[in-house]
Write a protein that binds this ligand. Structure first.
Ligand code: SF4
Length: 190
């Protein structure tokens, strides 16, 4: 529909009058930034997905995450996020996310809920059993037919993820070496 310049200006004056009388916009935009974050707590954090380490602003209300976006004051990303970082809101708010330990015993067709203490004890026991069973003190080198001390286990491997920082990587590596694990790998999307 064509609209004349005079009619457009007249309509604008009426809308401005309505704002002035009510002291509020006639129709506030639902996604205006100041409306979305009004009255909520804003905290800074770092994206957990990769070693780029982009800065984030997390907005919470009543203990619930209601918005996550790039931190414009962070020197690494200056507010920008990749597609994974942009979808972080779904990590905090996702009914499909597992929040409890679920265990399926060997041979069973059912998962049952367990406590974190139970899971950590179980992992420790299994690691100890595996290490004891597979630990090698020495190995024959076929090239010179001599026995060499190796002190290692080939029954376990460790994976690190790109979300680990320097200090975590250092501790992870020290721990695996102390256990005698030689197979230590990295996976950027864990
Ligand atoms: S996953 Fe994307 S948003 Fe997260 S730190 Fe890496 S580059 Fe940044």
């Amino acid at each position: 529909m064509a609209i004349s310049r005079r009619a457009f200006l007249k309509g604008g004056a009426v809308a401005a009058g309505a704002v002035a009388l009510n002291n509020t916009p006639a129709e506030a935009s639902a996604d205006a930034p100041e409306t979305r974050i009004k009255g909520v707590k804003s905290s800074t954090t770092i994206c957990p997905y990769c070693a780029v380490g982009c800065g984030l602003l997390v907005h919470t209300k009543n203990g619930k995450v209601i918005n996550i976006e790039g931190d414009p004051n962070h020197p690494i990303n200056e507010g920008a996020l990749c597609s994974k970082g942009s979808s972080l809101f779904q990590v905090a708010n996702n009914e499909r996310r597992l929040q409890k330990v679920m265990y399926r015993a060997p041979g069973s067709d059912k998962f049952v809920e367990k406590s974190w203490d139970w899971a950590l004890d179980r992992i420790s026991q299994r690691m100890k059993e595996t290490r004891d069973k597979s630990f090698k003190i020495s190995e024959l080198n076929k090239k010179d037919n001599k026995e060499y001390v190796v002190n290692r286990t080939e029954g376990m491997a460790f994976f690190g993820g790109a979300g680990l920082d320097n200090e975590e990587c250092y501790l992870w590596t020290k721990f695996s070496r102390a256990m005698g694990i030689g197979q230590l790998e990295h996976q950027a999307r864990l």
